[in-house]
Design a protein around this ligand. Structure first.
Ligand code: AMP
Ligand code: GLY
Length: 433
């Protein structure tokens, strides 16, 4: 499609409505190749850069009809659930171009057992494991295992399907919870795996089925409280670059984990296209795969998009078209850091509909952007609608300056029912790497 000046441009539909999608929308909206950006369902922040649509994204026929009607040239799928449900396959079958893997390739996130078996077959370093489809065999296996041990629901469980059991009783209870339906169909199969010691890190790469283009390094904080304590969450903050991911470690991750996976998926006839996110455990400078995700990290995408100098849109198109070969990405040499503001009570129960003020004051902090996650507009008010609500992100010459700016913007926001961690980035600031 060409605009009035004759330049080739595209209309884009972005699927999702979290902080990751606001960061992607914010970056895509800056592209000179963009004609119109739509987002389903979006949020109050995304609304500033895209036209929101109330499409039911589980109805793939309705999404396809919308795309054909609006002449959408690229569909970018943010979250994992629609990918695992096969949205990319169904839209591609209608001739649409999609950034995001097929249903089969999404098994890398959709089934932990699938990924573990792939690791065994292709010699990819990961924790030792066994797969189970009934509680009795899983419990019998646990009798012979050392503690701690890790019990995982096989399927998607919104980050809640993993228990690190310190005792056999806890492990048995986790097995029973899965098979008794705590995670629905996601718990019909269970993976029990060895507990890995070390420091966690993330690795992201664009993959077009064949060519792999690593992104800048980034790291998140999963625990809810300062000092990385308390229950796991989707992520309470993130920063880029991540000092733990040295060039040597990135090279090992590529050679030992990412490239063998991409080659295996291609050889099996289910090539992976999209962004591959490896959750790693680093011990003695060696990476092991904890899990794959088939999408950008949230909140890692927020600092990554702020540091990305290159135009994102043509790279997403190239990934979807299988034409990544020869492309490179340019990153700002500086650092970015994102502090997540969440509703008090998260990751447990929390109130919805509380008003957030001070967003305009936060905008005055240099080089900062407030990405919205769980927000909606209610007349002139912005209200919180989810657990993770804002991703207050800033650039700086280093992590310390990015952190200072992000917290200055956080402190400008007036939202008594929200909270955040005060120590995002601490590992990077104490790391001598
Ligand atoms: P996952 O959903 O597989 O990423 O697991 C969620 C979190 O559980 C990870 O981010 C780790 O903190 C932890 N975890 C998962 N598997 C292991 C393991 N084998 N050893 C130690 N920690 C793990
Ligand atoms: N930040 C963790 C995730 O996106 O899964």
């Amino acid at each position: 499609m060409r605009n009035k000046r004759g330049t080739v441009v595209v209309n884009v539909l972005l699927v999702g409505g979290g902080g990751r999608e606001h960061a992607l929308a914010w970056k895509i909206a800056q592209s000179p190749l963009l004609e119109r950006l739509y987002c389903a369902p979006g949020n109050a922040g995304i609304e500033e850069v895209a036209e929101l649509t109330a499409l039911d994204v589980t109805d793939h026929d309705a999404v396809a009809a919308f795309c054909l009607d609006k002449q959408i040239g690229l569909v970018v799928v943010g979250p994992e659930a629609p990918l695992v449900a096969g949205i990319a396959d169904d839209l591609e079958a209608q001739g649409l171009l999609v950034f995001g893997p097929s249903k089969a390739a999404s098994s890398l996130e959709g089934s932990k057992g699938f990924t573990k078996d792939l690791c065994t077959e292709f010699d990819i370093p990961t924790a030792a494991y066994r797969r189970f489809t009934d509680a009795a065999s899983a419990r019998a296996y646990l009798q012979s295992q050392a503690m701690p041990i890790v019990v995982k629901a096989d399927g998607l469980a919104a980050g809640k399907g993993v228990v690190i059991a310190q005792t056999r009783d806890e492990a048995n209870a986790a097995v029973d919870a899965c098979f008794q339906g705590s995670f629905g169909a996601a718990g019909a199969e269970v993976v029990i795996e060895e507990f890995l010691d070390g420091e966690e890190a993330s690795f992201f790469a664009l993959v077009d089925g064949d060519t792999v283009l690593p992104l800048a390094t980034a790291q998140d904080h999963k625990r809810v409280h300062d000092g990385d304590r308390g229950p796991n969450t989707g992520g309470m903050g993130a920063y880029s670059p991540a000092p733990i991911m040295t060039q040597a470690l990135c090279d090992r991750t590529m050679n030992e984990i990412i490239l063998p996976t991409v080659a295996a998926m291609k050889r099996r006839g289910t090539p992976f296209k999209g962004v591959l996110y490896a959750g790693l455990m680093i011990d003695a400078a060696a990476p092991k795969l904890i899990e794959y995700n088939v999408r950008f990290g949230d909140p890692e995408a927020q600092p990554l998009m702020m540091r990305l100098k290159s135009d994102l849109l043509p790279v997403l198109v190239a990934t979807a078209k299988g034409r990544l070969s020869g492309l490179t990405l340019e990153w700002e040499a500086n650092a970015a850091l994102c502090v997540v503001m969440a509703s008090k009570g998260y990751p447990g129960a929390y109130d919805k509909g509380t008003e957030i003020k001070g967003l305009d004051a936060a905008r005055t902090v240099p080089q900062s952007t407030v990405f919205h996650a769980g927000t909606a507009r209610d007349g002139t008010r912005i209200v919180a609608t989810g657990g993770r609500v804002l991703g207050v992100t800033a650039l700086g010459s280093d992590i310390a300056q990015a952190q200072a700016r992000a917290y200055e913007a956080v402190d400008a926001i007036n939202w008594p029912q929200g909270f955040c961690r005060r120590d995002i980035g601490w590992r990077a600031l104490t790391c001598d790497a």
